[in-house]
Design a protein around this ligand. Structure first.
Ligand SMILES: [Zn+2]
Length: 281
């Protein structure tokens, strides 16, 4: 069975260090962010591919991030994916508050070959249901690409507002753009009930499994999967983010899904089929 890890980050750490020193200073005393810094040595395409091999993952989706701390440009992601075209697919990121955001997205898809859009409302400081982002969603729907939204808790302390990460805000977007394919992340990251409600009610909303591996069994019960729809859950790990004080291992996530009391057909949907369906392939 092919496994696709649909949630991977590489960060352009030199650029973050040079340009965003102020932001890093703000995070100095936050324990959960310190754990992220410990994973910085993991940030290379080679480690991503090694981890994928170790976990039996065939393909991965690498996210650009037009935001502080997690910064990765569309060009960097496109270049990395071009080098490893058989294993990695790239998703773009743009700043929805900029007027040229729809144009930048169109360029990233048509000229750089990126296949989706990743947005991080709290780190990018916008409310995803704010009409200023509407033209961007319109563009994503026209390009027929999925849009991935960070939802729920974050390790970025007073730098970010949690209100912008409430999954309920995506209900309005899902209603306004019924053709837009929306992916919520991390099984809601402690906002799971709201996230599952939005997934359950909107045919165009999906959710990825990039929660902490030890949380997955408690959240993805067979009853819950039946309720929100077995076609709505997609596999992702949020590499290289650590969990429970541990270094990120993609294989822990694969094992967490394999351990669920779900049929092998449903697991296959979670591991690859549901995501492939998002691309109609
Ligand atoms: Zn992530």
């Amino acid at each position: 069975m092919d496994i696709i890890n649909t949630h991977i980050h590489l960060i352009e750490i030199d650029k973050v260090m040079q340009e965003k020193e102020k932001d890093l200073g703000l995070l100095e005393n936050i324990a959960s962010f310190k754990r992220i810094q410990e994973t910085i040595p993991l940030l290379s395409p080679e480690t991503v591919l090694d981890q994928m091999d170790e976990a039996g993952i065939a393909r991965g989706v690498l996210f650009a991030c037009d935001a502080p701390i997690l910064y990765a440009s569309n060009e960097f992601v496109a270049q990395t994916c071009r080098k490893h075209g058989d294993r990695l697919t790239g998703f773009a990121s743009v700043n929805p508050k900029k007027k040229d955001a729809p144009k930048v997205l169109e360029d990233a898809v048509k000229n750089l070959g990126l296949k989706g859009l990743k947005l991080h409302p709290p780190l990018q400081d916008f409310f995803p249901n704010d009409k200023e982002a509407w033209p961007l969603y319109q563009q994503a729907a026209a390009l027929d690409i999925p849009v991935v939204f960070h939802v729920g808790s974050t390790p970025f302390g007073s730098m970010v507002k949690l209100t912008q990460a409430n999954p309920i805000l995506l209900d309005e977007v899902a209603i306004a753009f019924p053709d837009l394919k929306i992916v919520l992340t991390h099984l809601g990251t402690l906002w799971q009930n709201e996230a599952f409600m939005v997934v359950e009610k909107n045919p165009n909303v999906f959710i990825d499994t990039a929660a902490y591996p030890y949380e997955i069994a408690g959240l993805l019960t067979p009853e819950l999967v039946r309720r929100i729809g077995e076609n709505k859950v997609i596999f992702g790990t949020d590499f290289p983010m650590p969990y429970e004080g541990k270094i990120h291992r993609m294989k822990d996530y694969v094992e967490a899904i394999n351990a669920l009391s779900l049929s092998s057909e449903i697991k296959e949907k979670i591991f690859s089929k549901n995501f492939e369906h998002l691309f109609r392939c």
